[in-house]
Design a protein around this ligand. Structure first.
Ligand SMILES: NC(=O)c1ccc[n+]([C@@H]2O[C@H](COP(=O)([O-])OP(=O)(O)OC[C@H]3O[C@@H](n4cnc5c(N)ncnc54)[C@H](OP(=O)(O)O)[C@@H]3O)[C@@H](O)[C@H]2O)c1
Length: 230
């Protein structure tokens, strides 16, 4: 994978520095987040993991991954300073109520997009959800979550930020097969492993053609390496 080295910058009269800018991962301590951080870091990408509490720090730092403490329900601009790419794979989860869906999945995502516009982030990868474009087609208990995902996706599409929106189906904890499909087909299930989603995030950063694409993701037969190859 390419690690982008940005041009020197600094105040007039200061010695210029050449810096490598990081990928900020929002939701880094989640199941997809942890797999992505570990694999991307091992592949040489500069990762900054945003986690919510100090006790989540150690496992990342042991793997030589930079950590920043931040919460999507509070100010988190500090976490993004010096980053040029961002991943949103946070989620309030099924065990919390609709209030947290609004604060994290919807408003947290929108604030991350607004921050990305302010900081001129180069590439934002959003982990959305399959069928987010049609919330009323979801089971009633899921509709508010789907609305949150759709509104956040629409805000990202309307933004000035180059983006890739990944819309996975039902997540499993199976190992990565390295193969996906992007079309729903009767009888083929709606699952995708979190490990495959993590690899699709990495592929989105690797291939320029991934920018400004929205893709559904399910386990399948297409190598992830070809997903954004052209
Ligand atoms: N479940 C599904 O079948 C499904 C399907 C399609 C898409 N998705 C989406 O896939 C994404 C990730 O899934 P996953 O299984 O990896 O989720 P996960 O394991 O529940 O991880 C979610 C992460 O979000 C973090 N988070 C929650 N509230 C936060 C806040 N206020 N500030 C900062 N971080 C916060 C959590 O932090 P803590 O570790 O501190 O709790 C956790 O690390 C989510 O966006 C989800 O909506 C899920």
């Amino acid at each position: 994978m390419n690690v982008r080295i940005l041009a020197p910058y600094g105040q007039p009269g200061q010695r210029s520095e050449t810096v490598t800018r990081s990928i900020l991962v929002l939701g880094a301590n989640g199941k997809i987040g942890r797999i992505f951080c570990k694999e991307a870091s091992e592949a040489g990408l500069p990762i900054r993991a945003m986690v919510r509490s100090e006790d989540q720090r150690e496992s990342f730092e042991t793997a030589n991954i930079e950590v920043v403490i931040g919460n999507l329900e509070a100010e988190f601009e500090h976490a993004a300073q010096g980053c040029d790419r961002m991943v949103f794979t946070a989620g309030s989860g099924a065990k919390t109520g609709a209030d947290k869906t609004m604060l994290v999945d919807l408003y947290g995502a929108i604030r991350a997009i607004e921050l990305s516009e302010k900081l001129t982030i180069d590439h934002f990868v959003m982990v959305s959800a399959a069928r987010a474009e049609a919330p009323l087609a979801a089971p009633p208990a899921m509709r508010h979550y789907m609305v949150a995902k759709k509104v956040a996706d629409d805000r990202l599409i309307a933004s000035s930020v180059p983006h890739t929106i990944l819309r996975p189906g039902r997540l499993t904890d199976l190992p990565a097969s390295g193969k996906i499909r992007t079309q729903f087909s009767a009888g083929d299930g709606v699952d995708i492993s979190r490990a495959n989603v993590a690899r699709c995030i990495a592929a989105a950063f690797e291939f320029p053609a991934a920018k400004n694409q929205v893709v559904d993701l399910l386990d399948g037969d297409q190598p992830i390496s070809t997903l954004f190859a052209s």
